[in-house]
Design a binder for this molecule. Structure first.
Ligand code: NAG
Ligand code: NAG
Ligand code: NAG
Ligand code: NAG
Ligand code: NAG
Length: 163
């Protein structure tokens, strides 16, 4: 009985302590070669936990279904410590950490999965917990952006230089 009770406690603690992607929002566009902010949240919880590390990867979806982050993290944008902090004012956001990460300039344009793997130790017995979260982004090409006005002005200058 005691075993099941502590198992249940750990299961609910695990759900509460999973890392979640707070930003960017699903469906956001990011230009290949540019930096973007990834906000990783770890909702507050009464049970104790120790952060170990986090890995943030980007996987192109290609023509088929987006891959499962449990089996593929693709291009690793970050791996290392995770140290979530309260925002100011404390109630505005869950404890979180922001990372400024760069999409490789050569990254395939189109849909991609931003995937996070998070390792922590939960409770007094240090139960190891690996959890995953993911969101879908659209990677665009800097040269093919839809900033028509800028492109129009640029081509007008080129035409102007010719005459
Ligand atoms: C993290 O980024 C979010 C969204 O951009 C922002 O609201 C928040 O203030 C940032 N947190 C810190 C500690 O800079
Ligand atoms: C852009 O991201 C890289 C890591 O991907 C980081 O080293 C660099 O500091 C970031 N640049 C800015 C301006 O935040
Ligand atoms: C990836 O995200 C989708 C949509 O939020 C979700 O249904 C799926 O369970 C997630 N996969 C993993 C391994 O977290
Ligand atoms: C993206 O832009 C580069 C040049 O900056 C070009 O070589 C490449 O073909 C473009 N890719 C797509 C899919 O548009
Ligand atoms: C288009 O490009 C110009 C010049 O680089 C910039 O000032 C403007 O904000 C851009 N507009 C959009 C919608 O990105």
């Amino acid at each position: 009985m005691k075993f099941y009770a502590s198992l249940l406690a750990i299961v609910s603690a695990v759900v509460a302590q999973s890392a979640q992607i707070g930003a960017p929002q699903a469906g956001s566009s990011v230009v290949a070669g540019s930096n973007f902010t990834v906000m990783i949240e770890r909702p507050n919880s009464l049970s104790s936990s120790q952060e170990v590390s986090i890995v943030i990867g980007l996987v192109p979806c290609g023509e088929t279904e987006c891959p499962d982050p449990k089996s593929e993290l693709g291009e690793i944008l970050y791996q290392g410590p995770f140290n979530p902090q309260y925002a100011t004012p404390p109630d505005s956001l869950p404890p979180h950490q922001n990372y400024s990460l760069q999409v490789p300039a050569s990254f395939a344009v189109g849909r991609a999965t931003l995937a996070v793997a998070h390792l922590s130790l939960i409770g007094a017995i240090m139960s190891p917990n690996l959890d995953f979260s993911n969101t879908t982004l659209t990677i665009t090409n800097a040269s093919s952006d839809t900033n028509v006005s800028a492109r129009t002005i640029r081509s007008m200058r080129i035409l102007g230089n010719r005459t």
